[in-house]
Design a protein around this ligand. Structure first.
Ligand SMILES: Cc1ncc(COP(=O)(O)O)c(C=O)c1O
Length: 370
């Protein structure tokens, strides 16, 4: 059996290559290499996909978060609550906005921010909560909304890992006042380079985001705000438009793969799977399993030709980059447990049935021998 790679890009893209090359030729001939028709078209298409009024393409997922906070005038002296388990970009964006990230632990079953740990972290400096729909799993948005309504805080959804997920029938990335996503190549819809996007239902915030991403240049041509250069690249937008047509189908495949893993791996050894609420849709950006034997299982699977990854080696409070914030004195047991025991199994559109069963068979084999 050949190696089962974690993400084989060419495996996902062969049917798109002809369309992509044709689009590149159009892009070349149009000679509008920045902020052309392709960007505007993709923004309209993505806003429809995400069931929200406005989509604003930006340079990457980090900048989407940074600009979302700038749109809400969040900066020095403000605090923003984020989960202790997320990609480092969520925390860095808060710091780069000039604000302070405050951590809340995750829920032991969903692996998403635990609403019970949010309220104790709120004080008069708190301005927003950034729920991260981790691995594609929607956060408990009803509980988060009731906290933000009570304390008059903003919700900024970090939807980088959940393009197409739904919370009680509503698309994630359309619930907060302003939300973000990333088109890093490994995402459910990934670019051929960097890319990101902001979503909002507010015309005013959308206009501000468009201004801020383009050096602060407002529609009247004047530089009215201190912005940055973070536009979604025209070529990336055109290629993303092609991929967007396939996204629902790809997400469906990811869910089917996850369902097979879930039924094959239930009650095997000490494995713990991510809990998805019955009223939610998780588009399975990552399929995590937790086990105390993570490193041994990972080596065993590799010896059988199966590539796995770890998301993430460290929770936010363990990163050296944040030493000055004093997180090392804090304790987030659920986030720490996931980092010690998580293993990500291959999940991508085009993963063959025989590969899924080979992976499950080898995991069962590991536990029989262990
Ligand atoms: C949860 C989360 N937030 C933010 C980002 C940052 O996105 P980017 O790498 O496009 O800056 C990523 C992914 O990379 C992510 O997974």
């Amino acid at each position: 059996m050949s190696m089962v790679k974690f993400i084989p890009f060419l495996h996902i893209h062969p049917e798109l290559k002809t369309e992509m090359v044709r689009e590149f030729e159009r892009f070349y001939d149009d000679q509008k290499y920045i902020s052309g028709q392709g960007l505007e078209k993709f923004e309209t298409e993505y806003s429809k996909f995400n069931q929200i009024n406005y989509a604003i393409g930006v340079g990457n997922g980090h900048d989407a978060l940074l600009l979302a906070m700038k749109c809400l005038n969040i900066g020095p002296g403000d605090e923003v609550i984020i989960p202790a388990l997320t990609f480092i970009a969520t925390a860095l964006a808060v710091i780069n906005a000039g604000a302070t990230p405050v951590l809340a632990d995750i829920n032991d079953n969903s692996f998403c921010i635990d609403p019970k740990d949010i309220e104790p972290k709120i004080n008069n400096k708190t301005r927003a909560i950034i729920p991260v729909h981790l691995y594609g799993n929607p956060c408990d948005m009803d509980s988060i909304k009731s906290i933000t309504q009570k304390h008059k805080l903003h919700i900024i959804e970090d939807n980088a890992q959940a393009q197409g997920s739904e919370y009680k029938g509503q698309k994630t990335g359309s619930i907060g006042v302003i939300n973000t996503t990333s088109f890093y190549p490994t995402k459910n819809i990934g670019a051929f380079g960097d890319g990101g996007l902001i979503t909002t239902n507010s015309k005013e915030l959308a206009e501000k985001a468009r201004t801020l991403r383009n050096y602060g240049k407002s529609p009247d041509g004047h530089y009215s705000l201190k912005g940055i250069n973070s536009r979604l690249d025209e070529l990336q937008a055109r290629l993303l438009s092609i991929k967007l047509k396939y996204l629902d189908g790809w997400n469906k495949e990811r869910i089917e793969i996850a369902n097979k893993y879930t039924s094959e791996l239930a009650n095997i050894g000490d494995l713990q799977l991510q809990n998805v609420r019955a009223d939610c849709k998780n588009v399975r950006h990552i399929f995590p399993i937790l086990t105390k034997k993570r490193n041994r299982l990972r080596n065993f699977l590799f010896s059988k030709g199966i590539e796995t990854l770890i998301h993430y080696e460290k929770p936010i409070h363990f990163h050296g980059a944040f030493l000055s914030l004093g997180f090392e004195k804090e304790n987030f047991p659920a986030a720490e447990k996931v980092c010690k025991s998580e293993l990500s199994l291959p999940v991508y559109p085009g993963l063959k049935e025989e590969d899924i069963f080979h992976i499950c068979h080898q995991i069962k084999n590991f536990y029989l021998k262990d």
